[in-house]
Design a protein around this ligand. Structure first.
Ligand SMILES: Nc1ncnc2c1ncn2[C@@H]1O[C@H](COP(=O)(O)OP(=O)(O)OP(=O)(O)O)[C@@H](O)[C@H]1O
Ligand SMILES: [Mg+2]
Length: 253
């Protein structure tokens, strides 16, 4: 039996600017089960980032219900939401929010230093961070400043950082958006591997090659889920891409 990790029901998000309402998310409902890797696609401005931010508690919803690991997000105080994000969620962004005055390694361990969930010595955290870095192929960059590594290496460091507190789920907004094709492929191969080892992911992307590595695609238009597409890893990546592209054409992509 699969466990639901994220349960979203009738989620609405409205922004009000100059007294004008912008209903960005309109009654969005979906679930993510443990072990899934869900891509969110759709035209620019359709509400993809807003969806990711509201379901992960980075932004407040206007109406609806979001349960993360059984806990109702709208009922949490700002403090407990922040704790939940630090302890149980990992985040990867296109603009990589790394601390400029810290080394790559120190950036990766920072969430663990800030969390009281991880009960281990700094030495143990560092050794876990080094293992993650090894897995992602960036061991050599540990002592570098973050401006002394390539975009692809930095993005892989972000993945290490998102994993360090052993999150229940990772949220990523265009994790490969700033990368060239080969760096994007490398990063996605790592994310697919993490997912096949059990980590649940939800990521926003414009790139069908990126989405083809996921297990399901949600297609958003005007703040609604217009369609859903399941992908089987039994097929080769090329076949997955081809089939997904056909479906995206049907969706009006
Ligand atoms: N903080 C905000 N305040 C007001 N309006 C916002 C805010 N964030 C987003 N919006 C509006 O919400 C709508 C959806 O934006 P969102 O960033 O979610 O789109 P997106 O699908 O991620 O687009 P893109 O593919 O370009 O990143 C847009 O009309 C945008 O102007
Ligand atoms: Mg966006």
């Amino acid at each position: 039996m699969t466990n639901t990790i994220l349960d979203v029901k009738d989620l609405c998000k409205t922004y009000i600017i100059n007294k004008r309402q912008n209903n960005v998310l309109r009654n969005v409902s979906f679930q993510v089960s443990e072990g899934e890797m869900v891509a969110v696609m759709g035209p620019s401005g359709s509400g993809k980032s807003t969806l990711l931010y509201t379901v992960s508690g980075m932004d407040r919803m206007t109406a609806g219900k979001v349960r993360f690991c059984g806990r109702d997000i709208s009922e949490q105080s700002d403090n407990s939401l922040a704790k939940m994000r630090l302890d149980d969620m990992g985040f990867i962004f296109q603009q990589m929010y790394m601390m400029k005055n810290l080394s790559v390694l120190d950036n990766i361990i920072l969430p663990a230093v800030k969390s009281d969930k991880i009960k281990e010595s700094r030495k143990e955290t560092v050794s876990r961070a080094r293992e993650l870095m090894k897995k992602l192929g960036i061991s050599d960059t540990a002592d570098n400043d973050i401006n002394e590594v390539s975009g692809g290496q930095l993005q892989r460091a972000c993945i290490c950082r998102s994993m360090i507190n052993r999150p229940q789920m990772i949220f990523a907004d265009e994790p490969t958006g700033a990368l060239n094709r080969s760096a994007s492929d490398e990063v996605m191969a790592e994310l697919e591997k993490l997912n096949s080892e059990g980590t649940t992911l939800m990521l926003v992307t414009h790139d069908a090659k990126v989405a083809a590595r996921c297990t399901r695609v949600l297609f958003i238009v005007d703040g609604n889920i217009k369609g859903e597409y399941n992908i089987s890893r039994a097929q080769s990546l090329r076949d997955r891409e081809r089939a997904l592209n056909n479906w995206l054409l049907e969706m009006g992509w």
